[in-house]
Design a protein around this ligand. Structure first.
Ligand SMILES: *Cc1c(COP(=O)(O)O)cnc(C)c1O
Length: 368
């Protein structure tokens, strides 16, 4: 770390991609980041008494910026070292941090492949960074990410970050790791290749973090919001080269993680909780296959795309009618019609077996 802060040492690896004006940026020095020992803590202007509503006084002090126990548990879950992992307020914060740390405000560019998760473009837009779109291609009912075109465009236009979503939201399509590795090689020293794996648990596929050993510009995003059922705790991880993680940490808010959320997340990573999560993921996969098959056979359905995530993207002859039928049955699904190329599509999350039956009966009612 000291070598990195020393502005005379040339940056190496993915640190060369950090904004030049941030290379010697120390960020905010929070009271909790000083490694001091003491009995009476009077260094952070906290109250010496607990709030009456906070019975055990758990909330009186500022939380640890990066709680080591949670970092270790997440690293073990995902298969990296704690130094390669930054915990943040959902992967949404990870996306935002990456954009802010790597792209110049009001400049530079990122590459996305639509239809995709909206937050990459939102973060870039808020930062004044251009968004270059290399749309997914659809052939014979399969979505394909044109990795060669993405590489060409990113290099030609000097993009600083390429965001891939695998499994893709809203398509459910997985991007093969060998393609990601080849793109990472082309972008080496030129751009970060961020692989958002918010739904990887549902895919039974290896993570792109297996590529990090040989491709230091690969960054992986994981979250506890989906398969681990902790969306409200806002716990997401950025996994990357340890030096890049340290640099991102300096750009992050001083106390990003509320201690109550950290405690919940830590409990959710205990062996019995993880076993339950795995069993539920298996149920979702079974349900996904049967829902997909059944949807594909319904009248009025143009196409139901095979999915490796916990949702199915479906095109309808009359998407408005399908949306309204579902709503009349009390079922709310995601209307995708505003997304480019998806003017007839809805995205349906996989629910419990009973909920999925409700979806099918609402869509087949009056038609069967
Ligand atoms: C839901 C989702 C996220 C957001 O995750 P948080 O950790 O809750 O911020 C990130 N990426 C994709 C593709 C998602 O669908």
């Amino acid at each position: 770390m000291s070598a990195m802060l020393d502005s005379t040492a040339p940056p190496s690896g993915p640190l060369t991609l950090l904004r030049e004006d941030l290379r010697d940026f120390g960020g905010y020095r929070s009271a909790r980041s000083e490694r001091l020992q003491g009995r009476i803590w009077l260094n952070a202007n906290e109250s010496p008494w607990a709030n009456p509503a906070d019975a055990d006084g758990a909330l009186r002090r500022y939380p640890d910026p990066q709680p080591q126990a949670l970092r270790e548990a997440l690293a073990a879950l995902y298969g990296c070292t704690p130094e390669q992992l930054l915990v943040g307020r959902g992967s949404d914060e990870g996306i935002d941090l990456l954009v802010r740390a790597v792209c110049r405000p009001g400049g530079d560019a990122i590459v996305v492949s639509t239809p995709t998760f909206g937050m990459y473009a939102v973060s870039a837009r808020l930062h004044g960074t251009r968004v270059i779109d290399v749309p997914l291609r659809e052939a014979d009912g399969a979505w394909q990410c044109d990795l060669a075109a993405i590489g060409d465009v990113a290099l030609e236009q000097g993009a600083r970050i390429v965001f891939l979503c695998s499994p893709g939201n809203p398509t459910g399509a997985l991007i093969p790791l060998d393609g990601i590795a080849a793109l990472a090689s082309r972008l080496e020293g030129r751009a970060l290749l961020v692989v958002d794996e918010a739904y990887l648990e549902y895919a039974l596929a290896p993570s792109a973090l297996t590529l990090m050993q040989s491709h230091r510009n690969v960054v992986v995003l994981r979250t506890l919001s989906k398969a681990h059922a902790l969306a409200a705790a806002r716990i997401g991880s950025v996994i990357a080269d340890a030096e890049l993680i340290e640099a991102l940490r300096r750009c992050q808010a001083p106390y990003p993680l509320p201690s109550a959320c950290v405690d919940e997340a830590f409990r959710a990573l205990a062996a019995d909780a993880v076993a339950t999560t795995r069993a539920r993921v298996a149920t979702v996969r079974d349900e996904r296959e049967s829902l997909w098959r059944a949807l594909g056979g319904l009248p009025g359905v143009r196409r139901a795309y095979p999915s490796t995530a916990n949702f199915v993207l479906v095109r309808f002859e009359d998407a408005q009618d399908a949306f309204e039928r579902l709503l009349a049955a009390g079922v709310v699904v995601r209307d995708m019609r505003a997304a480019r190329g998806l003017g007839d599509a809805l995205r349906i999350s996989i629910g419990t077996p009973e909920q999925n039956t409700a979806v099918l009966s609402a869509l087949s009612g009056g038609r069967a």
